[in-house]
Write a protein that binds this ligand. Sequence first.
Ligand code: SAM
Length: 284
Amino acid sequence: MLSYRHGFHAGNFADVHKHALLACVLAALTRKDKPLAVVDTHAGAGLYDLHDPLALKTAEYRDGVMRVWSAPNPPEALSPYLEMIRALNAADGTLTLYPGSPTVSRMLTRDQDRLILNELHPADHGVLRANFSGDPRVAVHQRDARELPKALLPPVIRRGLVLVDPPYERDREYRETLDLILEAHRRWPTAVVMVWYPILSAGRHRGLVQGLARGGVKDLLVSELCIAPPQTPMGLNGSGMAILNTPWQLDRTLADVQAWLYACLDPQGQGSSTLEWRVPPQGD
Ligand code: SAM
């Protein structure tokens, strides 16, 4: 049964971390003219109204995007992400709309690029389809993400990115996510793969990261941004993103971006921010 709805969490600190990194990877990949395919395995609804009852119920965006979108002195590399949020909202500075990963990908790619978006939940799939209808660059699917590597990879365009962002509602999703990523990587070895994971006190994300590091990948960069100490029992302590095939030298850019984000998102310094190669690229 699907109970997770991303609308409750849209624009929270984890979304900001995830989407800021996604924006940086897209900026690196669109530097070359060659077309790009972006595959979003767990796409959600695509765009969120922060004044919707779902978002207002938790108002998590107040400790997320609200803290960063007008904070002073952001690094240059964060401009595409921040300008995208400004472009979606009224010029008077009221924050109403927040982009889900499909909108980030749509706004930060070009005419020659293609998006393959997948969402299983019937309600969010319907909204996603409506949000992207009529866009010839976009294909929307409603499959169980576990089927995607076999069904859709590699896409016709062989340069690209896979974003894997499951809800992790059940313990076995960590293992299923690992299997999905390794299968996607096997079928499309040149793709950049970004996998988001929650950092909770139970520490289940460690097995996922370890499984990736031992999965025969050529490189693995891991970014973790925590706003609470690791043993805090309730809630989401941190946001993690593991990246396979990180574009060349992007780690330096991500380090600057993450340091600035962390200062905005955890002003009391209760948590931590780390960016490390778990499998260093060969030649480094
Ligand atoms: N990637 C989105 C973003 O950044 O805006 C958020 C995705 S949300 C964390 C996870 C999504 O996965 C939910 O919308 C949920 O309905 C969907 N989902 C859950 N199980 C799924 C499955 N087996 N296959 C595909 N989608 C699934």
